[in-house]
Design a protein around this ligand. Structure first.
Ligand code: AGV
Ligand code: CA
Length: 376
């Protein structure tokens, strides 16, 4: 039987920029019936903007920018789709972000093993080959849905792009073990950036609810609050409400959103304002000075028809950028209730929900980080 999760927005507590809308609201975040809910170095190859793809030399490992003294510990939980690759490279090149681990969802777009190998190789490309990478469970909590097989095969193969293989191998334990261990052992609270279904994070919270206390914040790309979802456009589910990351494992989303952790949700409401444009692709074509920038250029070149049609977004890169700079979005604080069955449920801690975006500011930050990695 189809499970329906509803998110009731009990109160709109504060608007950072927008004017407050008072009174109780009821929102569905996702599933119909468901739902919610680098400096320069000898081995850094510079790529000339005039060189066209196809004639390019092979990519080599880059050099990562030195971390600033107060770089913040972060874990990236990702389902290793194409825009996850871009988001990961962005975060790996931020001098203010110390990526302690990459955990790969087994319930997302990539299959976990190829996804984990691709994560290792991209960490190498970004100049951080030693970051531990672990694989998660392939089974969502009850009520989950698999991503389309054709998408999965394409991202498993890294779009056929070849990057140098990282000599390191994946972490021997599970994603949940790695995530829990890194958070437990960190002297500082850890920022978790989640770019795919929430299966790993939910399992880690269920295994050790104390984990939440050592989380600085969870920034999540997922959901559709006041805008249509994106599952309907790419499946025959007839579901116009759900966003893929939530649809893939709604119960996990409910667990995380109900965990009491400080959460910033970056749903389609915000990412719809950050389409990848032909203008951005052109800028990148003329300004790609690191292996990371070159790789992103090659990925986007393969998405050119989707970019031209306006159907390809900086979903995860924008969420990752919000993870480093919240001034890129406009937020509402919403107290969300996740309802799995019909009927009212208990209140929840307010969640910060991005509902708009500074697209131009994002593009500048993203391009500058890929190419320079300097702090602004
Ligand atoms: O719903 C957005 C999430 C993001 O984490 N993903 C893509 C990003 O990695 C799923 C998705 C929605 N529409 C898609 C997606 C599409 N048309 N192609 C591939 N993935
Ligand atoms: Ca993703």
């Amino acid at each position: 039987m189809k499970r329906v999760l509803l998110i009731a927005v009990v109160s709109v507590v504060a608007l950072l920029i927008l004017v407050a809308a008072g009174g109780p609201l009821l929102k569905a975040l996702g599933v119909q019936g468901l739902f919610m809910i680098e400096p320069g170095s000898g081995h850094l190859r510079l790529v000339r903007a005039t060189v066209e793809p196809g004639s390019l030399p092979e990519l080599v490992h880059g050099a990562a920018p030195a971390l600033s003294g107060d770089a913040k510990p972060m874990i990236i939980d990702t389902d290793m789709a194409d825009d996850d690759w871009m988001a990961g490279l962005y975060l790996l090149r931020r001098p203010d972000v110390d990526v302690k681990a990459i955990t790969v969802a087994g319930t997302g777009e990539a299959h976990c093993r190829p996804g984990a190998q691709n994560a290792l190789d991209l960490a190498g490309l970004a100049g951080r080959p030693g970051i531990p990478v672990a694989c998660g469970s392939e089974t969502p909590l009850p009520g989950g849905h698999p991503f389309p097989s054709a998408w999965r095969e394409r991202v498993d193969s890294l779009f056929g792009l070849s990057i140098p293989r990282n000599a390191n191998t994946p972490y021997a334990g599970s994603a949940v073990e790695l995530l829990s261990r890194v958070v437990e052992q960190s002297p500082q609270r850890v920022h978790l950036v989640v770019l795919g279904p929430l299966t790993n994070v939910a399992q880690a919270i269920e295994d050790g609810p104390g984990l939440v206390d050592n989380l600085e914040r969870i920034t999540i790309m997922g959901g559709a609050v006041n805008v249509p979802g994106n599952v309907g456009a790419s499946s025959n589910s007839g579901n116009d409400l759900a966003e893929w990351n939530i649809y893939a494992d709604p119960r996990a989303a409910a667990v995380v959103l109900g965990s009491g952790a400080p959460i910033t949700l970056v749903p389609l409401d915000a990412t719809q304002h950050v389409p990848v444009t032909t203008g951005f692709l052109k800028k990148l074509r003329h300004d790609r000075r690191t292996p990371a920038a070159e790789f992103v250029y090659r990925v986007l070149t393969q998405k050119e028809s989707d970019i031209r049609s306006g159907s390809y977004y900086f979903w995860d890169p924008f969420a990752a950028a919000v993870g480093t700079d919240e001034t890129l979005a406009v937020f509402e604080e919403m107290a969300l209730i996740v309802v799995e069955e019909e009927g009212p449920q208990s209140g929840r801690k307010p969640v910060r929900v991005a509902n708009s975006a500074d697209a131009a500011g994002f593009e500048r930050l993203f391009l500058d980080t890929l190419n320079n990695g300097r702090l602004p």
